[in-house]
Write a new protein. Structure first.
Length: 355
C-alpha cells in the first residue's frame, strides 16, 4: 500500500549521464553589459599591443576628453530610450545651445550667467520636444527630426553660419579651464563626468522618477493604471535630453575655444550606438547609465585606435554607422531572447525539467 503512494523522482529513472547533465549548475550569464565589458577589455589589450602609445595616461585622458560631449548626450538619451522614445535632435540642440553660449560670452556676461543660459536654452528646446510628444501625441520621430532641423537652422542664422570666437573673452577663462584643465594629472572633465554619472545613475535607479521612466517604457498603459503620470514623465525625459545637450554645448565650446554652428554629423550615430551597445533596449523599459558609460568608452577606444593607426577620418562615419546597426541588431536579439525565456521556463516547469 505504501508503494502505491510513493512518489517517484523523474530524475532517478533517467540514465546516469542525463541525471548528471540535469544536476549541473546553469552556466553564468554575462548580463546586459557583461559582453561589452569583455569586448572592451579585449579591444584595449589588443590595442595596447598593436599601439604602445595607447595604454599611456595621457592617451587615456585624451579619450575621456574627446568623448565628454558624447557622454553627456548619451546619458540624456538613455532616459529617453528607456522611456520608449528616441531623440534625433540632441546634436542639433547642442549646436544651438553652443551658439547661444558663445553669444552670451561675447556680450561680456558673467561666466555663471553664460553657463546657465546655455543649459536653459538646451532644456527649453527639450521641453518643446516633450510637450509636443506628450501633450499633442505627435510621433517622437516626427517631433525630434523636425527639432533637429529647427535647432540646426537657429545655430546657423544667429551669426550667418560663422563661428563665435570666445577665446579672448574674460568669462571664457573658467570654462576653458573646466574643459581642458587638470588637478595634478587628473582632468577636471573626468571629475565632472564621474559626478554626472553618479548623479544620473542614482536618479534612474533610486528615485520615484527613475522607476516611472522604466514603467513607462515597459508598458505605458499599465504605468498609467498604476498611478504614474505618463505625460509628465515623457515630457521630463525629453527635457533632460535637452539639458544634457546644454551641458554638452558648454564642454564643446570650452574645448574648441569657440562656438561653432555645426557639429560632427556622425556624433548622433555614436551617441545612439553607445546607449544601445550598453544594453539599453531599443523598445524601452530596460537599460542603465553604467551600460551607457561602457558603450561610450567602447566607441571612444575604437575611434582612438583609428586615430593612432592613422586611418582616414572619412571611415569614421562608416564605422559609427556600422556599430549603430550592430547595436540595434544586438538589442533586438536580446529582446527576442527575453521574450522566449519565460516561455521556456514555463515549459520546463510543466515538464519537471530544471533549467
Amino acid at each position: 500500500m505504501t508503494a502505491l503512494h510513493q512518489q517517484v523522482d523523474p530524475s532517478s529513472a533517467a540514465p546516469g549521464g542525463e541525471r548528471a547533465r540535469r544536476q549541473l549548475p546553469p552556466l553564468p550569464r554575462l548580463g546586459e553589459t557583461g559582453g561589452v565589458v569583455v569586448a572592451l577589455v579585449v579591444l584595449m589589450a589588443v590595442s595596447s599591443i598593436a599601439q604602445p602609445a595607447f595604454f599611456t595616461w595621457s592617451n587615456m585622458m585624451n579619450i575621456v576628453g574627446a568623448n565628454s560631449v558624447a557622454m553627456s548626450l548619451a546619458i540624456g538619451s538613455t532616459f529617453v530610450i528607456i522611456a520608449g522614445g528616441i531623440d534625433l535632435s540632441v546634436v542639433s540642440m547642442t549646436a544651438a545651445a553652443g551658439m547661444g553660449f558663445g553669444l552670451l560670452l561675447s556680450s561680456g556676461a558673467p561666466t555663471v550667467v553664460c553657463v546657465l543660459g546655455a543649459l536653459a536654452l538646451g532644456a527649453a528646446l527639450g521641453v518643446v520636444n516633450g510637450l509636443l510628444i506628450s501633450r499633442l501625441g505627435i510621433s517622437f520621430l516626427v517631433v525630434t527630426l523636425g527639432m533637429a532641423s529647427i535647432a540646426a537652422s537657429l545655430a546657423l542664422v544667429v551669426k550667418n553660419g560663422s563661428t563665435v570666437d570666445v577665446f579672448t573673452k574674460p568669462a571664457f577663462g573658467p570654462v576653458h579651464t573646466f574643459a581642458t584643465g587638470d588637478v595634478g594629472s587628473v582632468p577636471f572633465i573626468l571629475i565632472f563626468d564621474v559626478l554626472l554619472v553618479l548623479v544620473t545613475a542614482g536618479v534612474l535607479r533610486h528615485t520615484r522618477f527613475g522607476r516611472s521612466v522604466f514603467a513607462v517604457g515597459s508598458n505605458a498603459e499599465a504605468a498609467r493604471l498604476n498611478g504614474i503620470n505618463v505625460k509628465n514623465t515623457t515630457a521630463a525625459v525629453y527635457a533632460l535630453a535637452g539639458l544634457a545637450a546644454g551641458i554638452g554645448s558648454v564642454v564643446q565650446v570650452g574645448r574648441l575655444t569657440g562656438a561653432s554652428p555645426q557639429i560632427d554629423p556622425s556624433l548622433l550615430n555614436g551617441v545612439l550606438a553607445a546607449v544601445l551597445i550598453g544594453g539599453t533596449s531599443f523598445s524601452g523599459g530596460k537599460g542603465s547609465i553604467w551600460g551607457t558609460v561602457l558603450g561610450v568608452l567602447f566607441l571612444g577606444v575604437v575611434q582612438n585606435i583609428m586615430t593612432l593607426a592613422d586611418i582616414s577620418s572619412f571611415w569614421r562615419q562608416a564605422v559609427n554607422g556600422l556599430l549603430l546597426i550592430l547595436a540595434v541588431g544586438l538589442s533586438a536579439a536580446r529582446w527576442r531572447s527575453l521574450r522566449r525565456r519565460p516561455a521556456a521556463e514555463t515549459a520546463a516547469a510543466l515538464t519537471g525539467d530544471p533549467r
